[in-house]
Design a protein around this ligand. Structure first.
Ligand code: FE
Length: 339
């Protein structure tokens, strides 16, 4: 409640300042990313273009709800968020407009863009196990986590979280809906405890031996690797990472992405901003800010801990195809009892 209230105050002050007028040299950005390095990213855009950025930060669902309620009067030009499943939610609600840009088409790989939104960084959903408690050979693939040999060993966050829904959507694309549902059933049967907390909580539980294996977005692991806290350094010593499904369809990869909103008052500035995000310089900021990989091949992220994870075979499934399976993934998890 408190947070929504703060958000409302911020928007009132912003509107009172009159910054939503179309003739102004501004860009109104609704962002569900909250990384300090994003400050430098936005300041650099203003320096290059003279376009001032008004940023409204909030939770994904709050921002989407706000854009819906504002309708055609919305001052928002761009929505930036994480995970294809969330971009899909916004897209399904008709919040975006199509963007044609030769530059974006050249720089953002085809499988990481849709007609209505573009990806600007990638993250992998990796398997992390306790080195002492679970043998690496047993956890080479997502499918392995449903094997009865891992009974009582698996910790996972909620099945309705977008990260797990996107993983389910990938499993449906490659293995089919029936197999994906059977997988979820097997996974639930292997739970060491009922789902609770975020990915980092699962990593800590695996490190502490409360469970033997989990699935986590790669940047949470890199965050622990980069942490100077003794408890975190202790935790990473107990952990090992596996790139899942290297012998089959590749590791599930998700994205941070953005699209131009349907009623954007500053469409030209909005397209310019997306093109800016695809520049080598912005790519490095954008990806490094959350320990992710750039989507543009020529961009270089200076992030030794991220680089230390090495290279891997990625699932080539187009984000657009992944997004189509999100609803089916939720239904499969519901039937399998993955709360
Ligand atoms: Fe996250």
């Amino acid at each position: 409640m408190h947070r929504t209230f703060m958000l409302a105050i911020a928007v009132c002050a912003w509107l009172a300042a009159g910054s939503a007028r179309a003739q102004d040299n501004v860009l109104n950005l609704y962002s569900a990313r909250h990384y300090q390095t994003d400050e430098a990213l936005y300041a650099n855009f203003t320096k290059l273009t003279g376009i001032k950025i008004n940023r409204l930060e909030g939770r994904e669902d709050e921002l989407v709800e706000r854009i819906r309620n504002e309708g055609s009067a919305s001052p928002a030009d761009i929505l930036i968020t994480v995970d294809a499943s969330r971009l899909e939610v916004a897209d399904k609600l008709g919040l975006f407009q199509p963007v044609k840009s030769t530059l974006l088409e050249e720089r953002v790989p085809a499988n990481l863009r849709t007609p209505n939104w573009y990806s600007f960084s990638t993250r992998a959903r990796v398997i992390v196990h306790n080195k002492a408690n679970v043998k690496r050979e047993l956890v080479q693939n997502y499918e392995d986590l449903a094997s009865p040999s891992l009974k009582g060993q698996v910790c996972m966050r909620s099945g309705s979280h977008p990260y797990n829904l996107s993983l389910g959507a990938a499993l449906i694309a490659h293995d089919g809906e029936a197999k994906a549902e059977a997988w979820a059933r097997g996974l639930v049967a292997n739970f060491a405890r009922a789902p609770k907390g975020g990915d980092t909580d699962q990593l800590r539980a695996v490190a502490a031996g409360e469970c033997g294996v989990t699935v986590s977005n790669s940047y949470y692991l890199v965050r622990l690797l980069r942490s100077t806290k003794p408890a975190d350094q202790e935790a990473v010593k107990a952990l090992a990472v596996v790139w899942p499904n290297q012998a089959s369809w590749g590791t599930h990869v998700n994205v941070s992405g953005a699209g131009v909103l349907k009623h954007a008052p500053h469409k030209d500035a909005a397209v310019k901003f997306l093109e800016y995000l695809a520049s080598d310089e912005a790519q490095a900021y954008f990806a490094n800010g959350n320990n992710e990989w750039p989507v543009v091949k020529s961009a270089v992220a200076s992030n030794p801990e991220l680089r230390s994870l090495g290279d891997f075979k990625r699932d080539a499934l187009p984000m657009a195809d992944l997004a189509k399976n999100i609803a089916a993934a939720q239904r499969a998890y519901d039937r399998a009892g993955w709360k």
